[in-house]
Design a protein around this ligand. Structure first.
Ligand code: ATP
Ligand code: MG
Length: 327
């Protein structure tokens, strides 16, 4: 799968370890969608504290709300998703309210695994019918796996009925060629370990999803030569502590470590044989004062650039094949 297929997908699922930039990437994909003239929505999944006010400038509610031309945002809370589900099955509003208020029903729902997940995924499936592109900011690694595996569990456990049927429809949606997965990582050992585990886990529990695109966020491209890297250590031993020079050397060494960590992470992640895209860390020397919304815009630009580069490379390869094949 290529970055182009990810960006063009109808349903994009974004996950990764906590704090890797999942929500920022989801918001950036939303911005790209908006710029392409399609109708899109960025979806949060039952979050208590939304990141979207910082990233897209609006607190999402269950009902979609606009944040940019052609771009909406929402937060699928499971209770409202359940209420919507029941309303479809039982058109009498008052009856639905009574069912939801019933204590026994509440206990049943708490004790029945999978109901929350199915109604949330069902709402995502409904949004896919209404928008050109649905970008889901999934929960972090293990929680995303738990959510995505429920349709298969329901399909196995239940022989019949509306949940079984909807689970089948969700499995079909997840297996569509225009449903794509992005896994966001950082250039840190622990994060790379968890990313590799997550990719393997997802392939086991939701094989129809197909292979993901890996996005190495906060990457630092090589800028320092070997000699410069060595020089930094020599300088560190000589500069006067707490002086401006010491600060500069410390910043240089910090950059050097990030560049090395990025190179190492890229090497480890590339062993998975998946498309791998680098997204630069914004701001110099670790501080970025533009705020999260600006990070989102920069990430959208970085994705657009990576896309152009990839398309250019593909065209070049095709041209070379044609040239090689011609007499
Ligand atoms: N490429 C980047 N450069 C600089 N800062 C970034 C970059 N990507 C994300 N950030 C910043 O990192 C912080 C965490 O990002 P974000 O909230 O998107 O992560 P997350 O994976 O969604 O976190 P959580 O697991 O808590 O939901 C934010 O302040 C965001 O602005
Ligand atoms: Mg988030």
């Amino acid at each position: 799968m290529s970055l182009e297929q990810l960006v063009d997908a109808r349903l994009i699922l974004v996950t990764g370890k906590g704090g890797t930039g999942k929500s920022s990437v989801a918001a950036a994909l939303g911005r790209l969608c908006s710029e392409s003239g399609r109708r899109g929505i960025v979806v949060e999944v039952d979050v208590f504290q939304s990141s979207m006010p910082d990233l897209l400038g609006r607190t999402p509610e269950y009902e979609a709300r606009p944040v940019a031309p052609g771009l909406d945002v929402c937060n699928i809370t499971w209770q409202l998703a359940l209420s919507e589900w029941l309303q479809r099955a039982i058109p009498v509003q008052r009856l639905v309210r009574m069912i939801l208020r019933n204590r026994l029903v509440g206990m049943f729902l708490d004790a029945t695994p999978g109901v929350r997940e199915i109604v949330i995924l069902s709402r995502i499936a409904t949004l896919c019918e209404q928008y050109d592109q649905v970008i889901v900011d999934l929960p972090a690694s293990g929680h995303a796996v738990a959510l995505l595996q429920v349709p298969w569990l329901a399909d196995d456990l239940l022989d019949d009925g509306p949940i079984h049927q909807r689970a089948g429809e969700i499995i079909a949606l997840l297996g569509r060629s225009d449903t794509r997965l992005a896994v966001v990582a950082l250039p840190e050992d622990m994060v790379v370990n968890e990313t590799i585990e997550l990719v393997e886990h997802l392939a086991q529990v939701a094989p129809v999803l197909g292979s993901p695109v890996l996005l190495l966020n906060c990457a630092s491209s090589p800028s320092l030569s070997f000699d410069e890297r060595t020089l930094l250590d020599r300088l560190a031993a000589r500069v006067v502590a707490d002086s401006p020079a010491a600060e500069l050397v410390a910043a240089g060494r910090w950059e050097r470590d990030l560049e090395l960590a990025t190179a190492e992470s890229l090497q480890r992640l590339s062993s998975l044989g998946l498309p791998l895209v680098e997204l630069a860390r914004m701001g110099a020397l670790g501080g970025f004062h533009g705020g999260p919304e600006v990070v989102v815009r920069q990430l959208a630009r970085a994705l657009a650039r990576a896309l152009t580069q990839q398309t250019g490379e593909q065209q070049q390869e095709q041209q070379q094949e044609q040239d090689g094949g011609s007499p």
